[in-house]
Write a protein that binds this ligand. Structure first.
Ligand SMILES: [Zn+2]
Length: 435
């Protein structure tokens, strides 16, 4: 709560003052990493750098990017020497893309900064601790019994009720809809794919929709078609909240919805191109995050695996926190050709698919030559309609993908969620070949 109080003040500072605070924290962190973290000592030496060469966030480009692979292969060298063991918290990424990653956070970072930054973002949506909240979320498969009890207790105290995103079958939906009735005037939070399934069910079955105060979305990219449906079914605004396991609350929407305010007191966000250099303002690139308060296992210039768009605009809300114009999905959310071309914007075809009665879909790029499109049609559609629609969809994607890639359509009963309950619309098993 002390951190939150501080953050509620700094968010209104002029941007220059916030960035100066950020730079001061960066200098402290890089000096510490050089002195105490063997991996960074080695990196500084290889780049012929001294800590005093990193003065502002603009100097970060002098340092190499930290990939998941590098974290894995340098795990023990990334842990700060002499950092109290009991202050380190073992963490794990959800692994919705590939193998989960093991890393440490510190208690101060996790329970202090991350929690406070997250709470501040929730307050932008009007939420205060203790208000009723329906959480559409997966279970963490590796949660120990103690952690599981702690989570249940925390949820009880905070009036959070869990709707298991792994169990959203047709059989369970009537029960979910019934339980949700108690959340008038409260909040809905969760993965957009899970909340979407709920909203579609309510719409399709003509159930009485509750009137929450806001929908808070995190864990996956939020698409416009989802936001539109939430507004139609629940009659409130949706706030997208961009957080990752490794660095937690990175950026969030304020009531103006004019982009994502970066939690600049806690993280530095860079948007870089294929040569790891910052993209011009308004450009799209890979999101690189430096976490300013993890002194146990510092992540400096960490590659999250998401794509974002930079911005230098000021927000009408008056907060000085810098903005990200957009967060455009994961790097694996694009279809790549062998020549290095990148075909984006497949999601835009969602309205085309919805018009034909597709309720859910998943696009899987299995190889450079083959893309499988899994489709779930609404239950009200008859076989003749489905057959006709499949032909149209096949033709559409073949022309979209330029005839170079085989398109295979599969009709399925459901899109199978990942271990933690996310339903991914894109899965790519190929890596991009840089031209
Ligand atoms: Zn704002």
């Amino acid at each position: 709560m002390k951190r939150l109080e501080e953050l509620e003040g700094t968010q209104w500072w002029p941007r220059g003052k916030i960035l100066a605070l950020q730079d001061e924290r960066l200098r402290k962190l890089t000096r510490y990493a050089y002195d105490n973290v063997p991996y960074y000592r080695k990196v500084f030496e290889q780049c012929s750098l001294k800590p005093e060469d990193i003065v502002t966030s603009k100097d970060l480009v002098k340092l190499p990017i930290l990939t998941r692979q590098l974290v894995r292969s340098n795990f023990s060298d990334l842990v700060a020497r002499g950092f109290p063991r009991k202050e380190l918290m073992p963490c794990l990424t959800g692994g919705s893309t590939g193998q989960p990653l093991r890393f440490y956070k510190t208690r101060d970072d996790y329970h202090g900064w991350d929690a406070a930054v997250g709470l501040r973002a929730h307050k932008w949506a009007g939420y205060e601790v203790g208000e009723k909240l329906a959480l559409f979320w997966g279970r963490h498969p590796r949660l120990s019994l103690a952690d599981s009890i702690a989570r249940t207790t925390k949820h009880f105290v905070q009036r959070i009720e869990l709707f298991d995103a792994l169990k959203m079958s047709e059989k369970m939906m009537p029960r979910f809809a019934k339980r949700l009735e108690g959340f008038d005037g409260g909040f809905i939070k969760g993965y957009p794919s899970a909340v979407y399934l709920m909203a579609r069910y309510i719409e399709r079955e003509g159930k009485r929709a509750i009137r929450p105060r806001a929908i808070i979305i995190t864990g996956e990219e939020l698409y416009d078609f989802q936001r539109e449906l939430f507004s139609k079914v629940f009659g409130c605004e949706t706030y997208s909240y961009y957080s990752t396991n490794e660095t937690d609350a990175v950026a969030s929407e304020c009531p103006e919805h004019s982009g994502y305010h970066i939690s600049a007191e806690n993280v530095i966000v860079e948007i870089v191109d294929d040569a790891d250099k910052p993209v011009p303002v308004g450009g799209e690139g890979r999101i690189i995050v430096t976490s300013l308060h993890n002194y146990g296992m510092p992540f400096i210039r960490y590659e999250i695996g998401d794509i974002g768009m930079s911005s230098d605009k000021a927000c009408r809300c008056g907060r000085g926190l810098p903005l990200l114009a957009a967060i455009n999905g994961r790097i694996s959310d694009f279809i790549y050709t062998r020549k290095g071309d990148c075909i984006a914007g497949i999601a835009l075809n969602r309205s085309f698919l919805a018009g034909l009665g597709v309720e859910q879909f998943q696009i899987v790029q299995e190889s450079y030559e083959r893309v499988v499109i899994k489709l779930v049609f609404g239950r009200e559609y008859k076989r003749d309609h489905v057959n006709e629609a499949v032909k149209k969809i096949e033709r559409h994607f073949k022309s979209e993908l330029g005839g170079e890639i085989d398109v295979v359509i599969e009709l399925v009963d459901q899109i199978v969620p990942t271990r933690i309950g996310k339903r991914r619309m894109f899965i790519s098993n190929v890596t991009r070949v840089l031209p």
